[in-house]
Design a protein around this ligand. Structure first.
Ligand code: GTP
Ligand code: MG
Length: 206
């Protein structure tokens, strides 16, 4: 997909305040600091569209971007950020889960996980929650440049095996590096193919 335009629309503190749900929407979600905002920028070839930071918890609102004037890309706050109070963490969780369950035009979640680690409990729990609530998702490994290619392969295999304990079919899996601008094209192709499918089947959110 050629990115002709990528524009920031707005930041929202509640799902009710998000932009009108009139275009197909794709969402980046994952633990705080996993690299959501960085991958959005790399994928769209924009340096600073989504704000990134070395300090976890940078993205605290739901950020909507509109791409090629035809679909939304959404950057969510990270879940599981430990260094805020328990009640604040609960508020974030509520913001995220309410948004996911209520957003009518949500087509797919991209759940980002760190390619350096073995499956983490919090990510697996979130993925299970998606399954229980019928939320479609794909898995995106981030920061692949930070470990040897063989380690990435092993970690992806471990993840698949962990998922196969509870899932019959595996979701789409992408391996990416925002640093090296790798893997974003495959995600864009999935989005482009899905948008074509929605158009051909006359699904529109107008
Ligand atoms: P929150 O908004 O706090 O939830 O974080 P986030 O998931 O949006 O992470 P962000 O994109 O801000 O990145 C966090 C840190 O990881 C930054 O210091 C990035 O430079 C670094 N980072 C992100 N992606 C990559 C990558 O692919 N490779 C490397 N080496 N570093 C990365
Ligand atoms: Mg962020």
């Amino acid at each position: 997909m050629v990115i002709k335009t990528a524009e920031f629309v707005k930041s929202s503190g509640r799902w009710q305040d998000c932009p009108e749900a009139n275009l197909p929407e794709y969402v980046f979600i994952g633990r705080s600091n996993v690299g959501k905002s960085s991958l959005i920028n790399a994928m769209l070839n924009h340096k600073d569209l989504a704000k990134t930071s070395q300090t976890p918890g940078k993205t605290q609102l739901i950020n909507h971007f509109v791409i090629n004037e035809s679909w939304y890309l959404t950057d969510l706050p990270g879940y599981g950020y430990a260094r805020v109070s328990k009640s604040m963490r609960k508020d974030f969780e509520k913001l995220i889960t309410n948004y996911i369950l209520n957003r009518k035009n949500l087509v797919n979640l991209f759940v980002l996980v760190d390619a350096r680690h073995t499956p983490q409990k919090i990510d697996i729990e979130f993925i299970e929650w998606c399954g229980e609530n019928g939320v479609p998702f794909s898995i995106v490994f981030t920061k692949a440049d930070k470990v040897k290619p063989n380690t990435v392969i092993t970690n992806v295999e471990n993840y698949k095996n962990e998922l196969l304990k509870t899932w019959e079919d595996l979701p789409e899996i992408y391996v990416t590096s925002a640093e090296k601008k790798e893997g974003g094209d495959a995600i864009l192709k999935f989005i482009s193919d899905t948008n074509t499918f929605l158009t051909n089947n006359k699904v529109n959110f107008q």
